[in-house]
Design a binder for this molecule. Sequence first.
Ligand SMILES: *[C@@H]1O[C@H](CO)[C@@H](O)[C@H](O)[C@H]1NC(C)=O
Ligand SMILES: *[C@@H]1O[C@H](CO)[C@@H](O)[C@H](O)[C@H]1NC(C)=O
Ligand SMILES: *[C@@H]1O[C@H](CO)[C@@H](O)[C@H](O)[C@H]1NC(C)=O
Ligand SMILES: *[C@@H]1O[C@H](CO)[C@@H](O)[C@H](O)[C@H]1NC(C)=O
Ligand SMILES: [Zn+2]
Length: 963
Amino acid sequence: MSQKSRVSKVFAAAFVVLTVLVIGALVTMVVFIHRDIGSLNATALPPGGPPTPAPPGLRLPRDLLPESYRLFIWPRFYTRIPAAEGNATAPNQTTVFTGNSTVSFRCLAPTRSVHLHSRDLVLSDPVLLDRDSGRAIGVDRIRDLDTGEDIMELRLSEELQEGRNYSLFLAFSGDMSPHPRGLYLSSYKEGGSGAGAGAGANADPNTQRFLAATQLEAIGARVVFPCFDEPALRAVFHLTLIHRVHTRAVGNAEEAGSFHLDDEWKFTEFLPTPRMSSYLLAFIVSELEHVQFSRRSGDLEFTIRMHAQPEAIRDGLLDYAGHLTGDITAFFHDRFGLGFGMTTIDQVALPVLGPAAMENWGLITYHEGYLLYDPNVSSAHQKQEIAITIAHELAHQWFGNLVSIRWWNELWLKEGFATYMSYVAVDHVDKSFSMCDVFVAENMAMAMETDALASSHPLILPESDVQTSSSIGNLYDSISYSKGALLLRMLKDYMREGDFHRGVRRYLKTFQWQSTDHRDLWSALQQEESSSYIQISDFMEPWTRQSGFPVVTINTTTGQISQKHFLYNSTDQSSLLWKIPVVYTSNRKELSGELVLSTAGPDIKGEFIAGPGVWILANVNYTGYYRVNYNLENWNLLFAQLETNRNVIPLLNRVQIISDAFNLARAQQVNLTLALNSTRFLRNETEFLPWDAAVSNMGYILEMFDRSEVFGPLQMYLQNQVERLYMFYKNHTDSGTVPREPAQQQNQLLAVSVACSNGLPDCVAMVTRKFSEWMNNPSNNSIQANLRDVVYCQAVAAGGAEQWEFVWNQFLSCSDPAERVRLRKALSCSRRVWLLSRLLQYTLDPEKIRLNDVSSIIEDVSSNAAGHALAWNFIRAHWDYIVTDYGPSVIAAVSRRFSSQFELEELRRFVSDHGEDLEGLGDEVLERTQVNIEWVEQNRDGALQWFRRETEPRPGPAPEASA
Ligand SMILES: *[C@@H]1O[C@H](CO)[C@@H](O)[C@H](O)[C@H]1NC(C)=O
Ligand SMILES: *[C@@H]1O[C@H](CO)[C@@H](O)[C@H](O)[C@H]1NC(C)=O
Ligand SMILES: *[C@@H]1O[C@H](CO)[C@@H](O)[C@H](O)[C@H]1NC(C)=O
Ligand SMILES: *[C@@H]1O[C@H](CO)[C@@H](O)[C@H](O)[C@H]1NC(C)=O
Ligand SMILES: [Zn+2]
């Protein structure tokens, strides 16, 4: 899956604060992780020991091996509610589905029980056949094993024999979920993608439509049909759907045929799927339509079908995604040297989906915001997210689908690869995104944010540690996605690109149609490793089996280079060590090279004693997954270099220096003022990524200080720093013209966001002017798509009830998904508590705010300094309502800025009352708060002085030396 704004909403929140608006790519990340979580159910851990013959926890015994399923599924819902006729009243919507399945399996060890996963289903009419003889075997009873993890046991009248083949028929019925997991029903408004405020009574029955879709990762297949629901238990699925005659059904494989049962119902049968994991099954019944085209790549000819509402198709909103899908699939085919096991890819834009997208084999589903692109409405950043999301899901067709994971503890193997490959692919098909740089900057920030906490987890946990649904759910995070991807990139650089590339091909070719774990990857790569000294598994084990990452310290006074585990909390002790590839450079030409820092202890390197005026820069191009610290002299020389001629330092290292400096300060390994010094050169910087790094890193400082006296001078400093960047784009901004490259557009957005949220008068006047032009003429919104986020948000922040209500009314009537999101976000930008309070109240009413939006709104209000206390009270008052679907994410968001003893006590009380609802997050948020408190105590005074000094009137702007 792709997470929604990958990495955890937690991270995005920081961002939102500084600019009041999410600028950058980090948001993308939050999406990705979130997507994958969609199907998991937050149930409690299994109680105590299971009854004797029962397998432990989630797992089925290994005595039966499924081969294929023959599956009939009949969802009874209406895609549109028929109007009342004569004196008959209109029927009610129905969520019932029925069906039956025949699973064929082989017996590997004698047993009198069949164990299957099934949850919330009513099972009946079991028929067990010996397929070799055709003889029926009696089923004495079906019982729920009560392990808390959805296992049913069928007790048989006789023992099944090793080596024989059997089939089991079961009829079942269940209810479609209103939430996007399992088989779910979602409602939307015809004619507007993304429209519709849920199934509320105020929805116009003439335009309200419904569709049924599935979201089965990780363990959702069992809520749709009884099955062997484990990724390694691959099987062929023969699916038939029974659906209303005027609706369309799509499945993983192509349609084999269809016929009408009667005037109301028809059967659509699909070709058998490849042998695949159960969570990859998908189907949709809807009134959506599609466009279709073919592509050729070498010997592979494939068909792409893009599905959406007819209006979206008519308006060309699938054009961008469709072309990109063709290009990226062709690229992967060429790069990997083999096909993905199918020749058709269906991609569907859904109004509701838990994750941003889901890679079901041959039938990829997207939340429509990640597929529909409208150049007149979508921002540059959305375009980038669409590209990355599509590439991520397509990469899964190979990594995850063709080669599946053996168990969920190896989740990174599919998610890390999909994340890494998505950037490689997008960079290949469209250079204008500068994707290689964006990838590193985004993912480093996200992964290290989580991984620097003692509560982080190793990339690969032992299989025995991942045996409950919540422990699987916890793996959908920035570690599996971003760290996984970055370690692959580091390994690529360490073993050289050509070898890595050949090793990846070997891995796919060797293990296609099978399930793997990381050892299979290491061995495939090792076989293509051309140097004699690199032992891939030795090198990778510490990086993947230990949690966290190191900080490398170079001291140019003594020449010493050393490592230690990097942790935010300075009181945490750790003796973990890594083998670290260090590439370094310097302003003295001959002083560059690479070395591998061993686990043997600190090293002295004579040449690192650099001499007067000579600086050393380590981790060139940010290839290593670690941070770097130096002695003070070296830091100051680097800053001086940045301020005089920053271009001597590679772009990614400008990002790295800022990021390392701030995070070292956060971990109290350098002073905060050193980190602040790393931002001084930004006054002249016009590249996006260094600015983006500064903005997101200072987000933490802002969260900690925006309710204190530091805030005024801090805002003034940022206003001064950003002025030149703002002026750089001023002509574009004022005239509403668009800079050409997407990266430039994102930079313009950043400039305006930072300028306005810190009160640059020119900027505030600009947004107010543009917004009132729109209010005066609501049918003609001339605000440039890419700047709408910031203009709406800042106009609401600067305005009052009139602006807020205008946005609220636009939100209610808006049908475009991207536009709806920015209107929704703008509502939480108000500085008036009573308006924010009204917004929170609305989230309790599904007719006003659809369920899908509730957690985002609460999180957005929490990230607004004016709404933070309000949101915390609201969450506690309405916990029972909130907890089911978004408890952990809202707690993560609201606790971010907790930094006082009082707040820590409140949080502690809350965690002790509701810890079981938090899916293990309780310890993490408490730890974070503790760290915040110490940090604020240590840094408040120094920061205040530093910002005051920097904002004292000066003779003139520092001149920039020419490059
Ligand atoms: C209305 O209801 C009556 C009595 O139930 C029935 O006889 C009649 O046919 C119905 N009319 C229509 C138009 O359905
Ligand atoms: C629809 O549901 C309502 C409320 O449950 C019930 O009173 C009504 O009879 C139902 N209508 C039909 C046509 O089944
Ligand atoms: C399974 O369900 C389908 C659709 O309802 C039905 O046609 C078929 O007869 C069922 N199979 C069995 C063996 O009952
Ligand atoms: C570098 O070495 C000098 C001399 O031993 C020492 O005073 C200083 O604290 C060291 N700095 C760092 C960052 O290790
Ligand atoms: Zn994924």
